[in-house]
Design a protein around this ligand. Structure first.
Ligand code: HEM
Length: 148
């Protein structure tokens, strides 16, 4: 999985994420295109899982990330979203091992969209955020499959 050293964000990291996400939203069309281009180049076997038109898919992803970011100060705040994302992603055929390449494509997209603003601090903040959310979804997926 997307290994991160620390599963907590500092207030400064939350600020970095919120500020940079604003720019991604402004360039959401290019961001979405960059993301799926990277993802499908790295993992062509994932193409067939996506049935919805990619633009509509982008908007949903952007909306979900925005929602998660506004609540990220506490992981407990996003439990409900995580639970329902896990349930739906299991139905889409998503497996825990896909989160690695998905995270890499997401980081590549941020690098491309944020350009000179993309630095090490920001990268660490985003990796930590992704690690927290992805791990929470994966944990929830395995709990659900055990019927717990
Ligand atoms: C932090 C990680 C992720 C987040 C926040 C996320 C978010 C979303 C959202 C908001 C949707 C829209 C539909 C819905 O809400 O159910 C969606 C759909 C989908 N996601 Fe994810 N996702 C994540 C990880 C992944 C991964 C790792 C994969 C693996 C390939 C994946 C594959 C899909 C697919 C196949 C769909 C359905 C597409 C369709 O309707 O055709 N997602 N995701």
């Amino acid at each position: 999985m997307f290994i991160v050293a620390n599963y907590e964000l500092t207030p400064h990291q939350v600020d970095l994420i919120k500020n940079s996400w604003g720019k991604v939203i402004i360039y959401s069309e290019q961001a979405g295109e960059a993301f799926y281009t990277h993802l499908f180049a790295k993992a062509p076997e994932l193409v067939s899982l996506f049935k919805t038109n990619i633009k509509a898919q982008d908007r949903k992803l952007i909306y979900a990330v925005t929602l998660l970011i506004t609540k990220i100060n506490k992981l407990d705040n996003i439990r409900e979203e995580v639970r329902s994302l896990a349930k739906r992603h299991t139905l889409y055929g998503v497996k825990p091992e896909y989160f690695q390449v998905f995270g890499e494509a997401f980081m590549d997209m941020l690098d491309r969209v944020l350009q000179s603003n993309w630095n090490e601090d920001m990268q660490l903040a985003w990796r930590t955020l992704y690690g927290i959310i992805a791990q929470a979804i994966i944990d929830e997926m395995s709990t659900a499959s055990l019927g717990v």
